[in-house]
Design a protein around this ligand. Sequence first.
Ligand code: GLA
Length: 704
Amino acid sequence: MTGGKGRLDRVRTARLRAVLGAVLLSLSPGSQALAAPAEGASAANGQAQFDSLWLGSAWYPEQWPEERWDEDLRLMRAHGANVVRIGEFAWARMEPSEGAYDMDWLVRAVRLAGKHGIRVVVGTPTDTPPAWMTQKYPEVLRVDGEGRRLGHGGRRQFSISDPHYRRLSRDVVTRMAQALGREPNVIGWQIGNEYTDESYDPAAKAAWVGWLKARYGTLDRLNDAWTTQYWSQTYSDWAQVPFNTEKGNPGLMLEQKRFITDQWVSFQKNQLDAIRSAALPSQFITTNLGGLGWANRFDRYAINRDLDFASWDNYVGTGHVLPYRNGASHDLVRGWKRRNFWVMEIQPGFVNWAPVSNMLHPGETRAMAWQAIGHGADGILYWQWRNALNGQETMHGSILGPDGAPLPIYAEVSRIGREMAKAAPVLAGTTPVSPVAILQDYPSRWSIDFQLHHKDYDQIAVLLDYYAPLKDALGSVNIVEAAGPLESYRLVVAPSLAVIDEATAARLTAFVQGGGHLILGPRSGQRDAFDRLQPRRQPGPLADLLGGQVEQFYALDEPVAVGAGKATIWAEDLTPKAPDAQVLLRYGKANGWLDGHAAAITRKVGKGRITYVGALIDKGLMKTLIDDALTGAGVARDFAVPEGVELMTREGDGRSVVVLVNHGQEPRTVTLPEPMTDVLEGGRRQAVTLGAEGVAVLQRSAKR
Ligand code: GLA
């Protein structure tokens, strides 16, 4: 992809191939369908998802007469589906009254799907407790941050902390796992749906106090970590510690985020253990973390640790695909587990919840699917197959209409199905590989958001400022947690790493001393793990390595001159301290305090380098900074593509695959650096022309 963020945003084995050959079903003479790997093709724990590409949708058989199911599944298979997701909201059907379970209909749906060559992901229904439950056990209902208990009729109205809800969830999931865990047509499980809201009910408060006691042991330690001498916040009884959504002591708020994360982890593990105890090891377990990939209500690395792979929902809402932001979202999700992921929901044209729920351009639904695959998605599931005749979402985009017949988008989804079937053997076993990582850190995000200091300081925008020129140069950029291994990278960028604890400082130092290049952005190293100000200037524990420090930070009310460009929103005044620390960028005439001072400094450390950029710089400066950093770190650029075209790469199993998507509405010709095999159209190409929303999948020589 070339062009700055602004420009474009205006525009997985041979084993499997044998299996595929054996089970390919014909749609019509001469056409291919995506194949589900044969039973036994994937022996390892939850590995089946990596053996193919998966296409399907969310289907709610409980909403329709059983006589209709066969026709639904026939139409799915006819557009190329090889997977379907069922069950995630059907608690009232699975357990119509307390302890009276009915899983037979689910088993019948799963087996019927199997007859059509469609594998099943089973969702646990814990997002929507049945009415008998909320009536009999009102304490299962969530209490919001203002202390109001929610009512029945929507979803997410349950408490993640309430022991009754945990018990009832465990019971229903145990019954599901007993009924379906050894069904050969079940490929995997999704726990709940779109974890979103924590609860502030009495059980949650008790868990909070227990969590604090276990973490701190004594109130003296807690008081010290949160500096509670400030404003008479000192606690002499655990029950005094606040638990709500009020803006409070940032130390407390950071810990509350960690507590909420742990509540979700244990809420999930309660169900995960029930599934694992009864399910075939080949069945994977994931959850669908929703459409807001960047959301930070809790730590998504922690949620994914117990799961086999990550899933999310890719929705555009109003408007059209913003290629960098959407691509970076996929990279973020891939980084949660550092492996390929699924898009558990994607929009079939339009949604129902956006300010303007417009239709995507013709071809854009296909372009979205291929962008996801280019960034490492192995599963693409549309939400939804067919809208319920009533309920909150009757206006959403779907694949079938209320008459049960295909809507216009069906043809585009069928094309995606034919193409995924062709590309699956080539992409199986491949994943995006990058020499460059951007660090994304939930404690830092929480810390900065708690005390923004400038209303326009948007950490995702800051990350994307770095991401765009990196993605322009490379087929793949990783976005990973600051707390993970970094050895495989040559260049690591930490755009907003405000919280640097000792372990992270040690890892970053070892990375630089080992020859890696590290770029720190503004606000880096200001805080410790408790959100306390570090007792030394930024970047705190990395100041010695940098050989320099931040003298002062400034929220900018107007742009300031820096180098040949400008900085907006944020500028820090830097001083080199070590003789070998060099000034990389200097402010020009600025706010008086910054005039002529250093805006960025850099220092060579052995074969490595550390650079601190204290300001939010414009696109031109950023491009120069990133181009120089790539050259300095010895990172080879991938081949150039025209403006509006995104280049994505996946490697593995001795194959190297290029996915090209033209996000624009004008045709673009891409000259290839070597002849490549055109996976979708056939033949060898030295150049490809992509129409509006055009896609190409190319196989190149693995050794370049
Ligand atoms: C979400 C949910 C689905 C559905 C879609 C609509 O992501 O997981 O159940 O509500 O949004 O876009």
